[in-house]
Write a protein that binds this ligand. Structure first.
Ligand code: MN
Ligand code: MN
Length: 481
């Protein structure tokens, strides 16, 4: 009997030891109470609305600005004054700022997301007819698996700028009453040699991602290009545009239809563009209610991340420096303090990561892979083979984030994208890091990432919001050097 009691005691001691020493993954659903479970579900409703309202970067900027104005933010570019302001840059990138108690050179709290997503962009002379069908030529934007864009309903969003400066906005294929478009795929019966026997990278060509848009002719049989001509007539009647106007257009082909609840239990969200609008929405929801925080808070919503952050609306642009100079001037400080301000700042690169896919465990290293439902993911470094092209966040910074997240009730996990030599990817973290601020990637894991139908856990997108909010409200002095 005594021996058994000893055994029991030892078992209990080991259990306590385990609890004290070992890290255990925390499933959000196990950790939250009923009220927070409800908050997660409510948050997801607003999130889906945002995904539907913001399918392109231009729409995202407009929606973010609308919400900001509604919340009392004023236009910094128009010289409106107030402690809460926004700065819309070219309609493709936007920043929201909330003035803090401390002087700017003590550092900002920055959350930087991106609002562009993989898609098909129209070429400048897109319209042609072939075999009595009318098509639009495209060039894909960002990292896609081309076959995922075939044989599915597609919508067309964007703007056409006329030579006289007039702007025509197009949005076709979202309302169920509107027509949709599609990229054709070959029937399996004939696909053996041209698709099935080839490597996937060779079986689907970018040049064949042509979008079918019509098949009605005009005139008689001998009318030249009468299918294309009929469509041009339609475009003129409907939008007042001609073929040459398409040269100065930005028309984006995206998956048609709204984001939806996924699963009988409605625990997941499926939809297009969750990379990175899950983080953009979380940053927006986190900054909108802020008033008089300790540090000045900044939410950045960048364009062009999916093609390497090049261009003047991207994270590599001078926008951040300009914003900091504007804010310094407003506080009567020298814009020369810009560098000091940025070097004292702390930032989150708000971006998603790939979740462990149970059908492809071989590409993940399961101890360090992000798991759906286990909260917002902290990725110390991204990059590929030997950490090339990575931002590698400092351990001191991770330690501080761990502390504020734990104190703030944020369920988080630490994760990397895949096995060491499997591939990799980058985010905007490294482009902001050059300014000297502390920065780390932090966002929800996704399944089917970069596909037209990405999948997120409602628990993770909510914890992402909670993480950004906790970060904005953090009060610690900037001690990381
Ligand atoms: Mn992203
Ligand atoms: Mn991406």
């Amino acid at each position: 009997m005594a021996e058994n009691a000893d055994k029991e005691q030892l078992k209990e001691q080991l259990e306590q030891l385990r609890e004290r020493l070992m890290v255990a993954p925390r499933l959000v659903w196990d950790q939250v109470d009923e009220a927070e479970r409800q908050a997660i579900m409510t948050y997801a409703e607003g999130y889906k609305n945002f995904l539907n309202a913001a399918k392109t970067e231009r729409q995202a900027v407009r929606e973010i600005q609308r919400r900001a104005r509604q919340a009392g933010f004023v236009d910094l570019a128009a010289d409106e004054s107030g402690p809460r302001c926004y700065y819309n840059y070219k309609g493709k990138t936007i920043a929201l700022m909330v003035q803090g108690k401390r002087p700017l050179p003590e550092g900002l709290r920055v959350v930087a997301a991106h609002i562009d997503s993989p898609r098909l962009d129209l070429k400048q002379y897109p319209l042609y007819e072939d075999t009595d069908l009318v098509f639009l030529k495209t060039h894909y934007y960002g990292g896609i698996k081309k076959y995922q864009w075939l044989a599915r309903p597609l919508a067309l969003h964007g703007v056409v700028l006329k030579a006289d400066g007039g702007l025509v906005e197009l949005k076709v294929g979202e309302d169920p009453a509107e027509p949709v478009f599609t990229v054709l795929d070959l029937l399996p019966h004939l696909a053996k040699k041209v698709q099935m026997d080839k490597k996937v990278t060779e079986a689907f060509e970018g040049e064949k991602l042509n979008v079918l848009v019509g098949s009605l002719p005009i005139g008689e049989k001998d009318t030249k290009e009468r299918f294309k001509l009929n469509l041009l007539r339609f475009l003129e009647d409907t939008y007042g545009i001609r073929e040459e106007d398409l040269v100065s257009a930005e028309l984006e082909v995206v998956p048609a239809g709204p984001a939806r609840d996924l699963g009988w239990d409605r625990s997941l969200v499926a939809g297009y563009g969750q990379d990175d609008r899950s983080c953009a929405y979380a940053a927006l929801e986190a900054i909108l209610p802020l008033a008089d925080p300790e540090h000045t808070c900044l939410a950045l919503f960048y364009d062009k991340e999916e093609i390497g952050s090049d261009g003047n609306t991207s994270a590599k642009s001078c926008l951040l420096e300009e914003l900091v100079e504007l804010l310094l001037e407003r506080q009567g400080l020298s814009p020369q303090l810009r560098r000091r301000t940025l070097m004292a700042s702390r930032a989150i690169s708000a971006d998603v990561t790939g979740a462990l896919d149970p059908d492809y465990p071989e590409v993940h290293e399961k101890r360090n892979a992000a798991r759906l439902g286990y909260g917002v993911s902290l990725t110390k470094y991204t990059g590929h083979g030997g950490k090339y092209m990575a931002n590698d966040a400092h351990a001191e910074y991770l330690a501080w984030l761990r502390r504020i997240f734990n104190e703030g009730g944020v369920i988080w996990q630490a994760a990397h994208l895949g096995k060491v030599d499997e591939g990799g990817g980058g985010t905007i973290a490294k482009y902001l890091a050059v300014h000297g601020l502390e920065i780390i990637d932090c966002g929800p894991p996704l399944l089917s990432m970069h596909s037209p139908w990405e999948v997120a856990s409602k628990a993770d997108v909510y914890m992402t919001y909670k993480a950004y909010r906790t970060f904005y409200l953090s009060r610690e002095p900037s001690t990381v050097r």
